[in-house]
Each structure stands twice: as structure tokens, then as C-alpha cells.
Design a protein around this ligand. Structure first.
Ligand code: ZN
Length: 111
């Protein structure tokens, strides 16, 4: 993945309404981490305290399509008023949990 793509993926993840954003390791109340290129490598930075995180979870880079689809689905369902927003979100958190489990398991199997 190119650095530009990684930065875009992190931005999309941080703006997604269906996942918990990546937050500062010093204080999770600080603003969400931002992807920046530093000496050729993309790192996550807290603009409030300069906390730097080098590790970017795989699921942040590889679940953009799923997140996008989930957001579209939620919007469609809410428009159709088939579910209350609360029910819809609960359903999607369940889906997301399973998805994350699968990714984590795959990462473990790869090792
Ligand atoms: Zn911070």
C-alpha cells in the first residue's frame, strides 16, 4: 500500500460512524489520531500532545469497503424506516465484531 492510500484509509476509518476511532495513547479524550508521513513512514499522531503511534492496525487499512457498505445500509434502512436507528446500530456492531474477529484470527493464522 502506498503512503497516500494508507493516509486516506486512516482518514476514512477515523470519520466512519460505525467504528470506534483510534485515540491518543496518553489520553483518549484528546482529539482522534491523525495519519502523517514522517521520514517516509505513515504514523498516527495526536495533535493535542504529540503522541506518536507507529502501529496501524490491519483492519483500519483493509475494512474501508465494509465500513462504507455498512454506512450505506444504515442510511438506507433508516430512510425506509424499517428499523429504529438504535436497532440498526446494534445489528451492525454485531456484524462488525464478527468481522474484526475474523481479521484477527486470520492475522494469527498467518503467523
Ligand atoms: Zn494526546
Amino acid at each position: 500500500m502506498e503512503n497516500k492510500e494508507i493516509i486516506k484509509a486512516v482518514e476514512a476509518y477515523q470519520n466512519a460512524k460505525v467504528v470506534h476511532p483510534l485515540t491518543c495513547g496518553n489520553d483518549s479524550r484528546h482529539s482522534n489520531l491523525v495519519a502523517e508521513e514522517r521520514t517516509g513512514q505513515v504514523v498516527l499522531v495526536c495533535l493535542d500532545c504529540n503522541y506518536v503511534q507507529i502501529f496501524i492496525p490491519d483492519c483500519v487499512l483493509h475494512c474501508q469497503d465494509v465500513i462504507k457498505k455498512m454506512e450505506e445500509d444504515i442510511e438506507r434502512m433508516q430512510k425506509a424506516q424499517r428499523f429504529s436507528p438504535y436497532t440498526t446500530l446494534l445489528h451492525y456492531f454485531e456484524v462488525m465484531d464478527k468481522f474484526m474477529d475474523r481479521i484477527l484470527k486470520r492475522q494469527k493464522d498467518d503467523k
